[in-house]
Design a protein around this ligand. Structure first.
Ligand code: MTE
Ligand code: CO
Length: 420
């Protein structure tokens, strides 16, 4: 890389400038300490670049090579039944680029030839139907941005701070714009019988993922989606078609969707009984915990995104979401919850979609205990981890939406900690 903002001489200049004027930001050069990045011709200014035929499908700059999905080795006993995590600390705005959406597979990525893919609706319907992809494209479609969060997101943190980075503690989430057919239209085409109260979507992968979903939700806002952020779903995300279950836990969003059975009661399959269910202290389990509670996390600074510019003007940013609506407000604290300030929301505030917040302040260089707290449009406020443990104990690895704390030391290095 060329001269960057970390070059010692320039950093000295910046520190002096910040001390001299509150309005001073990075990037000002002076005659006394010339910044060669602006005073000298760079190689890319002296040679022609690649032409339009060099990159038929664009990829990020080579300087962004560190912005990748990552997994946790000890969580990944076998990659075909595992998870990787969205690099939240490197992203901004509200949408997740397709190639960075975390993946969770129970039996690897099914590589499906769309011409041979079918979606069947059977069970308690007047007319069982089989759709080709082309058939699906002839129904009216809609566009909606939704977050998908795995119920196991932050699951490793129930008993205490563990993984060092929001990619790992909170990265089992992505937020994309889906294009798809309302499931209601397909169910209406088949004609749901009056005793049809539940649906069971099934995946075409080797795990044959199945879940029970009440018919009210199926007829409300579920989508049979084939596009994400405008282009075809990625194979990892269920190409050619997946179920979108807005606001509800990721496990229900069946990928590689091949069948929807209509029934009169829930099936109580593995993924909704022994898995994705919270066992409480008293031995009872919470049943059908589908809606994802409001949650937020500061993505920068964070363990993978330390403060490198020294004290002075500092930008805190993060994301918040709720399975029950929008996020009108996020609070931020610098001192572990003693004092809270309202953050600034920026970007579209969409139902069951990710929201972006910022909080700018002058850092005096003393240690910080950073936290964010989401309020959703129903009035629900994100709880502390201690409150969650009081309500639910520590048996579960699911549905942890507690407030996250990052400790930032004098050098700007951040670490996953807990305060009580
Ligand atoms: N659907 C099928 N067919 N197979 C799967 O393994 N994993 C589920 C769900 N749908 C899964 C599936 C789980 S647990 C989650 S969290 C989401 O898909 C993950 O979606 P993603 O891989 O697009 O992030
Ligand atoms: Co999941």
């Amino acid at each position: 890389m060329s001269d960057g903002p970390m070059k010692p001489s320039r950093r000295g200049f910046l520190k002096a400038a910040v001390a001299g004027s509150a309005a001073a930001f990075a990037g000002r050069a002076s005659a006394a300490t010339p910044d060669t990045a602006i005073t000298e011709l760079q190689p890319w200014m002296q040679a022609l670049g690649e032409g339009v035929d060099a990159r038929p499908y664009g990829t990020p700059s080579e300087f962004e090579g560190h912005v990748v999905r990552r997994n946790v080795e000890w969580l990944t006993a076998d990659p075909v039944s595992s998870v990787n995590f969205t690099p939240l600390h490197e992203l901004d705005g509200i949408f997740t680029p397709n190639g960075l959406c975390f993946e969770r597979h129970h039996a690897g990525i099914a590589e499906i030839e769309p011409a041979k893919h079918r979606l069947m609706i059977n069970g308690l319907v007047d007319t069982p139907l089989v759709f080709t992809m082309q058939d699906l494209m002839r129904f009216p479609r809609e566009n909606h941005a939704y977050f998908l969060e795995c119920a196991a997101n932050s699951g490793m943190e129930w008993r205490g701070a563990q993984l060092n980075g929001c990619q790992f503690t909170h990265g089992m989430i992505h937020n994309v714009l889906y294009t798809g057919v309302p499931l209601r239209l397909l169910l209406e085409e088949a004609g749901v019988k009056t005793n049809g109260k539940w649906i069971m979507p099934e995946g075409a992968d080797a795990s044959a993922m199945t879940r029970s979903i009440p018919i009210e939700k199926a007829l409300d806002d579920c989508l049979v989606a084939f596009k994400m952020n405008g282009e075809a779903l990625r194979p990892e995300q269920g190409y050619p078609v997946r179920l979108v279950v807005p606001g509800w836990e990721g496990n229900m969003w069946v990928k590689w969707l091949r069948r929807i059975e209509v029934g009169d009661e829930p099936w109580h399959h593995r993924e909704e009984t022994s898995k994705y269910t919270d066992l409480l202290e008293n031995g009872k389990a919470r049943r059908f915990t589908w809606e994802m509670d409001a949650k937020s996390v500061i993505t920068s600074p964070s363990p993978q995104a330390p403060i490198t510019h020294g004290k002075g003007h500092t930008v805190i940013t993060g994301v918040a979401w709720s399975g029950r609506g929008t996020i009108p407000r996020v609070d931020v604290t610098l001192d572990g919850g003693k004092n809270w300030q309202q953050a600034r929301m920026s970007g579209p505030s969409l139902d069951k979609s990710m929201h972006r917040f910022y909080y700018e302040f002058d850092w005096d260089g003393s240690p910080l205990l950073l936290q964010s707290r989401a309020h959703d449009s129903t009035g629900y406020v994100q709880p502390t981890k201690d409150q969650l443990r009081e309500w639910r104990g520590v048996n579960s690895i699911y549905h942890n939406n507690g407030i996250q704390t990052w400790y930032v030391n004098e050098q700007g290095v951040a670490e996953n900690v807990e305060v009580s």
